[in-house]
Write a protein that binds this ligand. Structure first.
Ligand code: UT7
Length: 332
């Protein structure tokens, strides 16, 4: 029986640190509101002159490969989770393949928003278990800043999201690293958190750039309250599902790394599951909500900070647009 394990992690954050005070200068908001409602103090925004999703992903990937003790050429396949690809199509997986100079390996993009990294991990895990591939690069990356409505109209999303990329190398192994993944969706809530355009549901005339008068469909729409209420229920459910499937209890978790949606959501889950501060990792305070990138960036930082040791039981969980939600249970 083949299993998969994470053999290396890396992340890359763009240099520009954007504080709440910086946002106060362009939006009717304030530091107190943002910190109290979200826990966020700073986030990173790209420099469009030099940063692209593909080149940031290459930097994160090289760190992950280095830590895995592998060469770029050892990679057999790429799974890239993002909702902010460099182009509307093709996906960013092929651009990363080009950036890394990898010859003709397959590359797959996953568009499951905040749950994207766990979906990507699950897909890669199946390829490794089936024996099809030995080493897969699994990426979660986003450039949110260029799509945000950085005006008072967009303030409920503008203050939350940030840019960054996290990368994992998934490698075949004789013992289980990834024990299970659980994936869910409920499309009834698709329009509660979405970017509508340039979707194919729009009439032809509204997809012609010279005729677009109302560009609001290109900005993120989020019914924050609704998302929050569903998130706290689904997070708890899907973590419970991971534990039950593997005969584990909340006490057994060495580190829970939840998608960094909002610090209040993480704190709610921690309290509901009676987890100690040592059992939960959060970095949203510094990095903001980076959608598909948030879990791999947090994992990579947790490793750098020595919060994960060999043999630890790690639980990943996410909830977001779709709605989609997911969890993974991993022995490090
Ligand atoms: O990762 C993807 C999944 N996303 C999430 O999980 C996000 C979940 N939702 C949330 O995190 C929260 O709903 C938000 C942080 C987005 C909003 O917090 P909230 O406590 O739900 O606020 P609200 O939307 O109910 O708005 C309360 C008030 C409103 O003013 P009125 O109508 O009461 O006068 C908003 O206009 O706060 C106002 N408001 C702001 N005020 C200052 C909304 N955004 C801001 C802002 N600064 N940035």
């Amino acid at each position: 029986m083949k299993y998969s394990r994470i053999s290396g992690m890396g992340h890359h954050l763009p240099e520009q640190v954007v504080t709440n005070k910086d946002l106060e200068k362009i939006i009717d908001t304030n530091d107190e509101w943002i910190v109290e409602r979200t826990g966020i103090h700073t986030r990173r925004f790209i420099d469009p002159e030099k940063d692209t999703l593909a080149n940031m992903a290459a930097k994160a990937s090289r760190k992950a490969l280095d830590r895995a003790g592998l060469k770029t050429q050892d990679i057999d396949f790429i799974v890239f989770a993002t909702i902010t690809p460099d182009y509307f199509f093709p996906g960013s997986g092929v651009l990363l393949q080009r950036e890394l100079g990898l010859e003709s390996i397959g590359a797959l993009d996953i568009r499951n928003a905040c749950s994207g990294f766990i979906y990507a991990l699950s897909v890669a895990d199946q390829y490794i278990k089936s024996g099809m591939y030995n080493n897969i690069l699994v990426i979660g990356g986003e450039i949110q800043s260029t799509a945000l409505d950085l005006s008072t109209r967009g303030r409920n999303t503008a203050v939350i999201f940030g840019d960054g990329v996290g990368a994992a190398v998934l490698t075949s192994s004789d013992s289980a690293g990834i024990h299970s993944t659980h994936l869910h969706s409920d499309g009834n809530y698709a329009e509660e958190l979405y970017v509508r355009d340039p979707g194919s549901s729009r009439p032809r005339e509204e997809r012609q750039p010279e005729q677009i008068l109302d560009t609001s469909g290109y900005k993120v729409y989020m019914n924050g309250n609704m998302v929050f209420k569903h998130a706290v229920v689904r997070f708890t459910e899907v973590i419970g599902e991971a534990l039950e499937t593997n005969g584990k209890a909340a006490d057994d978790i060495d580190l829970l790394i939840p998608h960094q949606a909002n610090l209040r959501i993480s704190q709610f889950i921690q309290k509901r599951m009676k987890l100690s501060d040592d059992q939960v990792f959060n970095n949203i305070q510094r990095v903001g909500n980076t959608t598909a990138a948030s879990i791999p960036i947090a994992m990579s930082e947790a490793l750098e900070e020595g919060r994960i040791s060999e043999g630890d039981l790690i639980c990943l969980a996410a909830f977001g647009s779709g709605f989609t939600w997911a969890s993974a249970l991993i022995t490090w």
